[in-house]
Design a protein around this ligand. Structure first.
Ligand code: NOJ
Length: 538
């Protein structure tokens, strides 16, 4: 069976995830039920009607498993339990059940590249010492130099600084080093060890049996490292090599996107197929190299989808956006997969702010979102973007991102501030308490709360609600073919079946294309499409 297009080839119903709008819930910051200032699972359950009414198809929850929270749950100490901070397994079951009752689907995060340093396996590895089977589940190596005091290779952590930390092997005895592509509290597993694959098959089955509809796979391109763990050749070592050579050298990445990683996803594909109800997977794979690199993750016998970060990385430009769209479709042609689209998530600066902030940043963000939502494939939304929230400049005392501690750069806390639901002061209905939540909310958020924007003409929340409702009228029938239109260099425009979409990225108004307007991201005074505005027509 072709995985991706059963509707077109066999008349079977389409996969639910094919055109889904998936709403990303950052668990710490969505809704707090117990007043401790941190979001939790019962909080999410209580807010599910909001998501149903918003018109999304599914939720993706960031990790809520047992964790010391050094990377807010992306450091998992027990993959089969809920951290007490967020609730219990019974709360997770209740959330799954309620989600399904409301006709929504639930995707959970799986973090297979690394565990927490508090995972039982890592504790045992430290205890057992060099050469033990316990150490062989991770990437422990002897250091370089006469006394082993140099890291085993030159790899850098994504969060800054060396990707290796040295442990003690015996009291006060400097010992081996372990690899961590992220924080030192996130030791990388050795996926060449079959025990690791078996652990994760069990983890997937554990959550599939509890009824989850899919998995978002963290750092999907990182699991396997090039055998031998050689040094990375860096751009600055390429000297005065010709340009093409520098490009190749800059992209020398023995830690990412190794061919063997695909065996993992072939196995997972079979695991998911053992369960009824069209379970899915979506890869977080920041592949570079050729556009085809990402497509390899969504071959017929691997994952269902992969995040396509191209638009999120593109500048505000009709030409750049057009290039993203055409390259995306071209790269997926050979594997017959459908694309995904995303403008914001918990790792990047919110798109209102990326597009300049203030009224113009908001207008652009609304226009880009409306344009994205017209495209075939799945769209991923990040909590708070439907309120037009901006990135918050979090005071240093409140920053918690491990990359802040490792580099002194502001990090990602600014897009993780708890959601304003109602009221005129913090915590804006986020929880029952009266104090600020774990990251303080700006006082200026009062008019942006869900309550303030509900039924308010022209609000960003009402734009999302109406756009999602209108999208439902064509998502399954408008087809997958996108034809780019030439309406001048400042306008991104395309046809998708009966739909015409135009986004004005320039500084002057342009004529609205022919047709009946069915949605627009802002006013269309006198029949023109103003700058920073998008329109759908039929
Ligand atoms: C990607 C996640 O989205 C990010 O939040 C996390 O810090 C890293 N993976 C490490 O797990």
């Amino acid at each position: 069976m072709t995985q991706h297009h059963p509707d077109r080839t066999t008349g079977e119903p389409a996969h639910w995830w094919r055109d889904a709008v998936v709403y990303q819930v950052y668990v710490r910051s969505f809704a707090d039920s117990d007043g401790d200032g941190i979001g939790d699972l019962p909080g999410i359950t209580s807010r599910l009607p909001y998501l149903r009414d918003l018109g999304v198809d599914a939720l993706w929850l960031t990790p809520f498993y047992t964790s010391p929270q050094h990377d807010h749950g992306y450091d998992v100490a027990d993959y089969r339990d809920v951290d007490p901070l967020f609730g219990t397994l019974a709360d997770a079951d209740e959330l799954v059940a309620r989600t399904h009752e409301l006709g929504l689907r639930l995707i959970v995060d799986v973090v297979p590249n690394h565990t927490s340093n508090e995972h039982a396996w890592f504790r045992a590895a430290l205890e057992a010492g060099p050469g033990s089977p316990e150490r062989a589940r991770y990437l422990f190596r002897d250091g370089r130099g006469a006394d082993g005091s140099e890291p085993p290779n030159n790899w850098q952590s994504v969060f800054g600084g060396p990707a290796w930390t040295r442990v003690e092997d015996g009291p006060g005895e400097a010992g081996q080093w372990y690899l961590h592509l992220f924080d030192s509290t996130q030791p990388d597993l050795d996926w060449r060890n079959p025990e690791v694959g078996d652990l994760f098959e069990d983890v997937l089955r554990f959550w599939l049996e509890r009824g989850v509809d899919g998995f978002r796979v963290d750092v999907a391109h990182g699991l396997l490292k090039e055998e031998g763990l050689r040094d990375q050749v860096r751009g600055d070592e390429a000297g005065d090599a010709p340009h093409a050579m520098v490009e190749r050298v800059v992209q020398d990445e023995p830690m990412w996107d190794q061919p063997e990683v695909h065996e993992v996803y072939r196995r997972w594909h079979k695991v998911l197929a053992d369960y009824p109800g069209d379970r899915m997977s979506v890869a977080e794979a920041w592949t570079r190299g050729t556009p085809g690199a990402l497509a390899r993750y969504v071959r017929d016998d691997e994952m269902s989808q992969a995040f396509n970060f191209a638009w999120l990385l593109a500048p505000w430009s009709a030409g750049a956006f057009a290039e993203v769209i055409t390259t995306t479709f071209a790269s997926l042609e050979d594997v017959d997969a459908i694309p995904t689209w995303v403008l914001s998530n918990h790792d990047v600066v919110r798109h209102t702010t990326r597009y300049g902030g203030g009224p113009q940043g908001l207008a652009r963000a609304r226009a880009a979102t409306l344009t994205m939502l017209a495209l075939p494939g799945a769209s991923y939304l990040y909590q708070g973007e439907e309120l037009g929230l901006e990135q918050v400049d979090v005071e240093p005392a409140f920053r918690q991102d491990p990359s802040w501690f490792r580099t002194g750069e502001p990090g990602r806390d600014g897009c993780r501030v708890p959601i304003p639901w109602s009221g005129s002061e913090a915590p804006f209905g986020f929880g029952p308490g009266t104090d600020q939540p774990w990251i303080p909310q700006p006082a200026t958020w009062s008019p942006l709360s869900v309550a303030a924007q509900t039924r308010t003409a022209g609000s960003t929340l009402e734009l999302y609600r109406s756009a999602l409702a209108t999208r439902r009228t064509f998502a399954h029938t408008a087809g997958d073919h996108v034809e780019m239109l030439d309406l001048g260099e400042d306008v991104l425009a395309f046809h998708r079946g009966p739909l015409t979409v135009a986004l004005n990225c320039g500084t002057a108004p342009v004529p609205v294309p022919a047709g009946e307007v069915i949605a627009s991201s802002g006013d269309l005074p006198g029949g023109v499409l103003p700058p920073d505005t998008a329109v759908w027509l039929r």
